[in-house]
Design a protein around this ligand. Structure first.
Ligand SMILES: [Zn+2]
Length: 238
């Protein structure tokens, strides 16, 4: 039996999270944030303190001793004020969770892809608002953060020709490859003015996810080069 490997890293617990994330109908930057978060790659104080001893791991906003991904995105009072402003079912975010894996796994079990799209978009919005508050002089109101996040997701979905089937990680209209072959799908685009991001997912003839991955690089190129680089990235990982 083939072992599922995501971006070169065996993923515990959330076995298919990477593949589910790659197939979600959310903007690329939301997927990238989700991937970074589950891999412990967000620039939280806890993660920075592991690399720089001069940095303490306390939350810059509330002083909690361990500013990890779960705290920053869900449990910090700053984050909670934003979650409380939205219409997402409380069962998906109001429980006390031991870690980020357990939280997202419970979202997948409870609501599957549509709920995950909303939860990840809101987590992305929390992360952006948090950084703006810490590093800028302005702090958006919780209701404004929620409104902007839903507008962003709505606009994205309205411009998507392919909508995911309910309860599936394969897009509507997606055709499986022949038996014995794999199919590669990619997503690529700019992240801000200076960075670009790629997401790829490889499925077998049953539509099951074989592997998936993501990458962020500095430098903005033309859309054609973005797409070609994403394909090359996926082929190299296959
Ligand atoms: Zn905090």
């Amino acid at each position: 039996m083939r072992r599922l490997v995501i971006a070169g890293m065996a993923v515990k617990g959330l076995g298919n999270f990477g593949g589910v994330c790659a197939g979600l109908a959310v903007p690329l930057r939301v997927k990238m944030m989700g991937w970074k978060a589950v891999r412990g790659g967000l620039a939280t104080k806890s993660n920075i303190a592991r690399r720089l001893r001069s940095v303490d791991s306390r939350c810059s906003l509330c002083g909690f001793p361990e500013d990890n991904e779960l705290h920053a995105l869900l449990e910090c009072p700053f984050a909670k004020r934003i979650w409380e402003c939205n219409d997402i079912d409380r069962s998906l975010w109001a429980q006390r969770e031991p870690d980020l894996w357990t939280w997202l796994e419970s979202v997948l079990k409870e609501g599957r892809e549509e709920a995950m799209e909303e939860v990840l978009t809101m987590a992305w919005a929390v992360w952006g608002a948090r950084n703006k508050t810490i590093f800028d002089t302005s702090s958006p109101s919780p209701s404004q953060v929620v409104e902007n996040a839903w507008s962003y997701l709505k606009a994205f979905k309205e411009n998507q020709p392919q909508v995911l089937k309910q309860g599936s990680t394969t897009p509507r209209g997606w055709r499986p490859p022949n038996a014995g072959c794999w199919k590669l799908n990619t997503d690529a685009g700019k992240l801000g003015d200076w960075d670009r991001g790629y997401v790829f997912v490889i499925r077998d003839c049953e539509g099951d996810i074989v592997t998936a991955g993501t990458q962020q690089q500095a430098g903005a190129l033309s859309p054609e080069i973005h797409e070609a680089t994403a394909l090359l990235f996926g082929i190299k990982k296959a």
